[in-house]
Design a protein around this ligand. Sequence first.
Ligand SMILES: *[C@@H]1O[C@H](CO)[C@@H](O)[C@H](O)[C@H]1NC(C)=O
Ligand SMILES: *[C@@H]1O[C@H](CO)[C@@H](O)[C@H](O)[C@H]1NC(C)=O
Ligand SMILES: *[C@@H]1O[C@H](CO)[C@@H](O)[C@H](O)[C@H]1NC(C)=O
Length: 361
Amino acid sequence: MTSPYASPFLLSLLLLLSIPVVFLLAPRLLPPKTLPAIPDADESDDLALFRRAILSSSSATPTPPTSAASYFFRRRPAPKIAFLFLTNSDLVFSPLWEKFFRGHTHQFNLYVHADPYSFLELPPTPSFRGRFVPAKATQRASPTLISAARRLLATALLDDPNNQFFALLSQSCIPLHPFPTLYNALLSDNAGPHSRHRSFIEIMDNMDNDTKLLHDRYYARGDDVMLPEVPYDQFRAGSQFFVLTRRHAIMVVRDMRLWKKFKLPCLIERRDSCYPEEHYFPTLLDMQDPEGCTKYTLTRVNWTDSVAGHPHMYGPGEVSASLIRELRKSNMTHSYMFARKFSPECLEPLMEIADSVILRD
Ligand SMILES: *[C@@H]1O[C@H](CO)[C@@H](O)[C@H](O)[C@H]1NC(C)=O
Ligand SMILES: *[C@@H]1O[C@H](CO)[C@@H](O)[C@H](O)[C@H]1NC(C)=O
Ligand SMILES: *[C@@H]1O[C@H](CO)[C@@H](O)[C@H](O)[C@H]1NC(C)=O
C-alpha cells in the first residue's frame, strides 16, 4: 500500500524536523570548551552578601558611644585585624595560631571559609570555634577561590566595623613573628596617600621576568575576552595571600566591572595558565589605588623547584629556629610575617619552637 514516493518525502520531513533537535542537543553532545563556570545561585547569594557589606560599611560610623562614660572619654575602640582562613582541609596549625592570638582578644577576629565538600575536623582550639562562615565549593583553576576570598572579606566587613585589616591565609600558613609585631607593622605604616594605611599585596607587571607567562595567564579565558575592562598593559600578577586595609576590602567587595571578566571560566586547553586568584586582586587594586599598596606581600613562599603550581612544602625535618629566622628575611621595608607551605606533620616541631623562636623577636 505504501507509495514509493512517500519515503523520500518522509525522509526530508524527518531531516527537517531533526534540525532544531540537533541545535538543542549539540551543546550537550560536543565536549565543553571551558572549565566549569560558577553556578548562578552562588553568584546571586554572593551579590546579596556583598550588597549588605557595602551598605553597612557606608553607613558605619566608628561605633557610637553607648554610655555616658564612653561618651566622656570618646574612646575609639582598638582597630582589629581580621584573619581570614581559606581552607579545604583540617586547620592543623590551629594550636600554633592559638598561641599567637593569646592575650590579644580585643585586637583580632577570625573567620574560616571551609569548602563544604571537604569534611574537616573541627579545630580543638577556642579561637576557631564558631568562626566558620557560610561557604561554597572551591576548586583550583577556577574563579571560586576569588569568590571565597571576597565572601570572607564581606563577612568580616559586616561582622565588625573595627576590622581595619584583613589578612588572607590558608591552612598551610604559619606566623613568623609575635602578634604585636604584626599589629604594629600594619598600624604604623602610614605611607599611603593622605598618610593612610596601606595594603600589603604583591603587584607585579611581569612574572619571573618571563613575559610569556603573564601573557598566557591573560589569555587563559579566551582571546580578547578581557577587553575593554582589563587591557593587557594593566593586567597584574601577585600572591594570592595578602593583607588589605578596610578601604580596599570594600573596594574589592564593591567591584563588579573586573569581576565580570575574571569570573569567566578558563578554556580547557589553557587550564595550565588558569590562576585567576593571582591576578584579580593585584589588577583591581593597581587600577584603583596603586599608591595605597606596598606592592609586596608579608607571606613568604618558597618557589624553588615548584611542581605544577605548588610551591615547596616544608616537612618536619626542615623545621628549625634557623629556618624561621631565614624565612623572616625580606628585601622590603617589613620582614615577612607569615610563611607557607608547611605539611601537617610540622605541627609538633613548630610547637616545640613556638615560644622560644616563632613568638619571640
Ligand atoms: C630580566 O630581563 C631583562 C631584559 O631581558 C634583563 O636585562 C634582566 O637581566 C632580567 N633580570 C633577571 C633577574 O633575570
Ligand atoms: C626552598 O626550597 C628548596 C627545595 O625546593 C630548599 O632546598 C631551600 O632550602 C628552601 N629555601 C628556604 C629559604 O627555605
Ligand atoms: C633579596 O635580594 C637578594 C639579591 O637580589 C636575593 O639574592 C635574595 O634572594 C632576596 N631575598 C629575598 C628573601 O627575597
